[in-house]
Ligand binder design. Structure first.
Ligand code: RIB
Length: 315
């Protein structure tokens, strides 16, 4: 019996523009256009997951246009099963990404075909996949419409699957969705946003409140790593996993997605949440070494080697 991770999320084509520094409102600046490549949080996380080994099925949608053809071909090349990607009359989703000289980014997404991705309609597909093998993980992000995100719990109801939810961006605070998440993965800004807290609220208070909302919680802290509160644990028992530091950062775009997709793959293969996040940190760090999102991801051997090195260092 095969192990399948189902990813329900978006596909975009990313257009990159490099700038020395981000413009402020009302300012015009000259940037340098970079390449177009595969993106979208669903697609990126599906690629990161597939690269780690599990059979990864992406439930998503593209337009009947050259961008859609390019995105589907790139996903296939990276081992993602695209059998259930719908082709619609809406244009393929796009993201316009500005990178500054520090490797930081600002992203604007036009959803296009992603608006039709409806978890309710995909339930029969997931049930069929369960008949063919185990589906330990359903992975989703916050990039679907809020109405559709609220339907994500239906994909795991009355099953052995866990919903790994990366609520990026925070487009909904639907209580049932948050309760179903195991884990909820957010960065520190998103965590405070979910809770509608001030941006300087101490992380301890944030974790305390998040653990009341979701079954388990991971808060990513950029250069500081990630904090994990596993199922049945209290915020006081949070485990901090230091970041994996590499000498230079080329581009952070999609590094968070590499983390999440790798965590999902490791959980599907039986790792604990803490073990999965250690590997996720390694995958995230490696993704900053090249430009682009899904196209910058390392393979399983590289991720595992760096993860093992970091674990030895932290021991
Ligand atoms: O997380 C990075 C991704 O966010 C990009 O690939 C872009 O498409 C947006 O979805």
């Amino acid at each position: 019996m095969s192990t399948t991770v189902v990813v329900c999320g978006t596909i975009n084509v990313d257009t990159f523009v490099s700038v020395n520094k981000f413009p402020v409102a009302g300012e015009t600046i000259i940037g340098e256009q970079g390449p177009q490549s595969l993106g979208g949080k669903g697609a990126n996380q599906a690629v990161a997951c597939a690269l780690m080994g599990p059979h990864t099925v992406l439930l998503s949608a593209v337009g009947n246009d050259p961008n859609g053809d390019m995105a589907v071909a790139e996903l296939q090349d990276r081992g993602v099963n695209v059998e259930y990607v719908e082709h619609t009359d809406l244009p393929t989703g796009q993201a316009f990404i500005m990178n500054d000289s520090e490797g930081e980014n600002i992203i604007i997404v036009t959803s296009g075909a992603n608006q039709v991705v409806n978890p309710s309609l995909q339930r029969p597909t997931v049930q069929r996949l369960r008949q063919q093998g185990s589906v330990p993980v359903v992975l989703a992000q916050g990039e679907l419409t809020p109405e559709h995100s609220a339907l994500l719990p239906r994909l795991v109801q009355n099953s052995d699957s866990r919903l790994v939810l990366n609520l990026a961006p925070v487009t909904t605070r639907d209580q049932d969705l948050l309760r179903t998440a195991n884990p909820l993965i957010v960065n520190a800004t998103e965590a405070r946003d979910v809770l509608e807290l001030d941006f300087d609220t101490p992380i301890e208070q944030v974790l305390e409140q998040l653990t009341k909302l979701s079954q388990s919680v991971v808060v990513t802290l950029g250069a500081q790593g990630a904090v994990v509160v596993d199922e049945g644990r209290s915020a006081a028992e949070a485990v901090w996993i230091p970041a994996v530091k590499l000498d230079q950062v080329v581009d952070t775009t999609g590094a968070g997605d590499a983390f999440v997709g790798t965590v999902a793959a490791a959980l599907a293969e039986g790792a604990t949440l803490v073990e999965a996040c250690r590997l996720g940190n390694a995958a995230g760090a490696l993704a900053t070494q090249k430009r682009g999102a899904a196209t910058s991801y390392a393979n399983a051997a590289e991720v595992k080697a760096l993860g093992a090195q970091a674990q030895q260092r932290d021991a």
